[in-house]
Design a binder for this molecule. Sequence first.
Ligand SMILES: Cc1cc2nc3c(=O)[nH]c(=O)nc-3n(C[C@H](O)[C@H](O)[C@H](O)COP(=O)(O)O)c2cc1C
Length: 303
Amino acid sequence: MSVRISLAPLAAAVAEAGGVGTIGAMCLPPDELRDNIRQARSLTQGVVGVNIMYAGSAFNQLLEVCIEEAVDYVAIGAGFARGPFKLLHQANIPGFAIISSVKAASLACRTQGITGVVVESGTAGGHLGPKDPEVTIWELFPPVLEELQKRSFSGPVIAAGGLADRQDMLRALDMGADGVQLGTRFAMTEESSASSAMKKAWQEATGSQVQWWSPTGFASRSIVPHPEGQLPQVSVNGTRCYQCLKRCAHHDDPTQSHCIRQALLNSWQGDIEHGLVFSGARVGDMTDIPSAAEVMARLTTGS
Ligand SMILES: Cc1cc2nc3c(=O)[nH]c(=O)nc-3n(C[C@H](O)[C@H](O)[C@H](O)COP(=O)(O)O)c2cc1C
């Protein structure tokens, strides 16, 4: 989870508790990603991977770091291309594609190097892939799985988006998922690098809503103090452009959109009034900030 939410402490804690820990690489300078990978490795022998958004302008450099550091896996979202998966395949690193449609499932089956897929629904926190951003994992997963099976996809298929607890996890496994990916639940942990203001906002939130105005061109889901259709109050004019995305509406016209990186960084720095707090649809069902190990124990043993 980006920007700066899932770094070495959270990824290592999840991995140490038997899960798959993921460092969110979007908007990290490549050297900082390298430091985080090494720090996580120093904290755990468990499985630690990296999530990179293809839409990011530093995508190639971040992928290079992952390959040089021989991370345990790489998940690629917000766009799709064959080249990166080929590179991962050559480096013997499992590559996961984050997909949100039957069409993307079909494409994934025809792409060398895709070892597994994460099927992410519209009820997930963050940027959303599905055409219908309200589609639940219970609606999206079965037809996507059917397509993958029809095309003899043999890798793990992970369900994500709107999963909050063990009951959800068991339901997803029952539906045929090989595993689950939870975002908001782990953003709301002690080891998450989110600001205390973000953690408080998640704790107090009763739900999340879809915004259509991300400069990335994707819809996104968050709890925000901004009503639908309004930009976060990050200076639309005058925000310096970080050139962080390959295509960005704010870069093209700073008067028409906001800087997504600044909006996320503001929240990370504690100023949620001028930022975005990405969040899944089930945020209202989570009120505490436990350790990542505690979350893992609740998921795996029900204790
Ligand atoms: C704060 C936050 C940041 C996120 N950042 C990313 C990201 O950088 N890349 C990505 O592929 N998904 C990102 N996501 C989506 C998560 O990886 C995960 O798939 C999603 O949160 C699952 O839905 P849930 O929050 O309902 O569990 C983010 C989610 C949250 C809540």
